[in-house]
Design a protein around this ligand. Structure first.
Ligand SMILES: Nc1nc2c(ncn2[C@@H]2O[C@H](COP(=O)(O)OP(=O)(O)OP(=O)(O)O)[C@@H](O)[C@H]2O)c(=O)[nH]1
Ligand SMILES: [Mg+2]
Length: 389
């Protein structure tokens, strides 16, 4: 009888220990929960797919629904203070613009050659001829009029001039608040992401979804890059990590506008806050690009007005990036710029040049390949980053 009792106690202890071990296998900083439903309504996946319009093989690919092994949903990092990382990243990719300028400005007597050197440094950092000339002119006048000589004061003047050039008066907020239709129905904010291939569109959509999730917003992704299935897979992986669903096509070469439309419709019927639409960058010519983006815009706006059209530009491509910006600016009605790979260049002046070129503000910057390496752009913090320490 005693033996039986001990056997039961041993079994009970084993069960408790193994349950405890399973619990500890969760990674730190993650929640082991299923992706949250995008609205208060909880539909099972069969009902959901019945509600999503099936057009041209488009389907909603929900983040995994394996009930036995729920995927760990990551908790994205809060957004505040991310841009502070820029300083370290700029320093790693070479001598930042600010320190080059300060090296010249700290010379005893600034000669004509010194001022030329300053202007040249700005040009080499992709600031652009017009803005570089303006900065030198203004700085020269102020240094002379104020009779400033000590390095700290000169540095402060340079800081003010650079901030003015980046233009703190521009509205850099992202329009991601849900909208109201004329008949009073609630519509999601719709953000269309465009740009040539390889600039970081899909990565930016993924990072942006994380930013929104961190702010407790509900999100749907639209994989309107239908040239290759891998593009939708890439986007879906980003979404699944934070419990966000992706509307995609199940075949290569499907109509991107149809996918974009379905993504927005899904967002609308499910009452989500924001729909982010990724597009293809691989288009042979301007006419093809114009047709495709034009069609995507038209069909999306049948469901909900566009809140933002974000142009993604690679900061390391300099003048080439500016030419791309020009083309997209003409055709896509860009409302904001995302400058990616700022961690890969010490220049940074492209921020100024591209804003001047398009007349729209840089709203977000990519600071690396990490999932939370996307920061809201702030002129003061950016200039501090350029100036170092
Ligand atoms: N260092 C760095 N790499 C980045 C950044 N943003 C994106 N990348 C990398 O750039 C590469 C291309 O990114 P994608 O997001 O696939 O670019 P895309 O514009 O969607 O490309 P296509 O779909 O081919 O047009 C990837 O290796 C990303 O990790 C960034 O801010 N910094
Ligand atoms: Mg892509």
């Amino acid at each position: 009888m005693n033996d039986l009792l001990w056997l039961w106690i041993t079994l009970a202890v084993l069960v408790v220990v193994s349950v405890g071990l399973v619990g500890f296998r969760r990674r730190p900083g993650t929640r082991a929960t299923l992706p949250p439903p995008t609205t208060g309504t909880t539909l099972d996946s069969a009902e959901e797919s019945a509600q999503v319009p099936e057009r041209g093989g488009v389907a909603t690919a929900e983040a995994p629904t394996d009930l036995e092994a729920p995927p760990a949903v990551e908790v994205p990092e809060a957004v505040g203070g991310r841009l502070a990382r820029l300083r370290g990243r700029l320093a790693r990719s070479g001598s930042p613009l600010g320190s080059k300028l300060l090296a010249v400005l700290s010379r005893d007597h600034l000669t004509e050659d010194d001022w030329d050197e300053l202007e040249e440094t700005l040009l080499l950092a992709d600031v652009g001829a017009g803005p570089a000339g303006e900065l030198i002119e203004s700085l020269r006048t102020r240094v002379r009029v104020l009779g400033v000589r000590d390095p700290a004061s000169v540095r402060e003047l340079l800081r003010e001039e650079l901030v003015a050039l980046v233009d703190p008066s521009l509205d850099r907020s992202l329009a991601t608040a849900p909208q109201t239709a004329e008949d009073g129905t609630r519509l999601p904010a719709v953000v269309l992401v465009v740009g040539v291939n390889g600039t970081g569109k899909t990565t930016t959509v993924g990072k942006l979804a994380r930013v929104l999730v961190a702010e407790d917003r509900t999100v749907v992704l639209g994989a309107a890059d239908t040239f290759r299935a891998a593009a939708a897979d890439q986007l879906e992986t980003w979404g699944a990590r934070v419990g966000v669903r992706t509307v995609r096509s199940d075949r290569d070469g499907a109509d991107p506008a149809a996918v974009a439309f379905d993504a927005v419709r899904t967002g609308r019927t499910e009452g989500v806050d924001v729909v982010l639409v990724d597009t293809a960058g691989r288009l042979q010519n301007k006419a093809g690009l114009m047709d495709e983006l034009g069609k995507i815009r038209r069909v999306i706006t049948k469901e909900a007005p566009l809140s933002e059209v974000l142009l993604v530009l690679d900061a390391t491509t300099g003048q080439n990036g500016l030419n791309q910006a020009r083309v997209f600016g003409e055709i896509a009605g860009v409302t904001g710029i995302v400058l990616t790979k700022l961690d890969g260049t010490a220049k940074g002046g492209i921020v100024v040049a591209v804003q001047r070129e398009l007349g729209v503000p840089v709203k977000l910057v990519g600071l690396g390949e990490g999932p939370d390496d996307l920061a809201p752009f702030d002129p003061q913090e950016f200039v501090d980053g350029l100036l170092g320490d």
